[in-house]
Design a protein around this ligand. Sequence first.
Ligand SMILES: *Cc1c(COP(=O)(O)O)cnc(C)c1O
Ligand code: SF4
Length: 436
Amino acid sequence: MSLLEASTVEHQPYRAVNRLTIGNTRVWASLGKELREAIEIVSHVLPFRTNRYVIDHLIDWERVPDDPIFQLTFPQRGMLPPEDYAALVGLVNAGAPQGEISALVERIRLRLNPQPAGQKTHNVPVLDGVRLPGLQHKYRETVLFFPKRGQTCHAYCSYCFRWAQFVRIKDIRFAATETHQLLEYLKRHPEVTDVLITGGDPMIMRTAALAEIIEPLLDLDRLSSIRIGTKSVATWPQRFLTDHDADDVLRLFERVVESGKQLALMAHYSHPIELSTDQARDAIRRIRSSGANIRMQSPVARRINDDSSTWVEMWQKGVQLGCIPYYMFVVRDTGAREYFELPLARCLEIYASAYRRVSGLARTVRGPSMSAFAGKVNVEGRATIGNKDVFVLEFLQARNPELARRPFFALFDPKATWFDQLRPASEADNEFFLPL
Ligand SMILES: *Cc1c(COP(=O)(O)O)cnc(C)c1O
Ligand code: SF4
């Protein structure tokens, strides 16, 4: 049931609701005092942004605070360590000077591991001795491009590993203003077959700006695929339906396909509700009719999608609509990770149980996969070797490409939630655990 008048929603131009504007909505008034305080306090530290489509069509307000999309987009008290929350609420309620609040907020943020997996230090490529902070080149075949104007999203996910991009932590943002550096880099790196335009969400950009990035790539013969990482299909399908340049973006997609390249939208779907509205289905239909493919990926997270039925429903709905299940990720070691994280053993159970209940068309999905410093580590299963209980692991992607698709083993640990908590099962496994 919607708490906002439905008539204000349809075809309304995109409008974000953030910490400052939510206070004027009926949604805000309907939340209890405790939830309101938590949103107010936690959003000082973790970025908060949602929109009318999410509020009116995706969140079931009768189920708040347990509703998965409410948990996905609204800050929650448990996302901060209790002592940090207490300190912050103390300062805010005492009317402390802004400078004092900001200093505490900055300290809390830096403790939340804002830049995991060497994004800032190890993946940044160099051209003629100049670092290119808007590019990342971690896996041989694929370059990530972070357009400056695409570094925000229609709604922020509370488990986002890019959250540091949205807040102004000193020296931590990365973004590119210039696409000629991307072109020059690709010309000199023939091993790269894929460009992944990502953010934030590049689909927040106007079509004309997106075209400026994409069109020059179409002349590069060696490039076979262009991907766009996006959550717009889930949180703002109007981008492909009723936004003023929605038709233009579909024409742009058609031009990419006509040029002979694969165009893939790497769609971030966290829950089947995101595939269930008329707008969501219409957006998928239009995107697919342009010749682009949609691949589905997201983390498995407590309070959002931590049971196998949710994944079965999501993959089945997606496949029915023509989307391709791609990755199930493990929640990363950053931000509010403790609020969302699940033991790897549990992630594996959810993945395997869901996998067993879907047809082969949905079994294209890989997971649960950890985007760790050394690469994408997939938890393949559990096994007993000799008298040892182990996780069977495999790199799907690795900084050192020679490590990919070689099974290796870690001692089983029922509590471990990330790769750095695992230990090699034997000496033969050591090489997979060395920092590269
Ligand atoms: C996941 C990822 C990619 C893409 O990997 P695919 O397996 O080709 O989807 C590229 N670069 C980085 C840094 C990634 O984390
Ligand atoms: S869509 Fe992706 S980048 Fe945007 S907030 Fe969600 S996880 Fe972060």
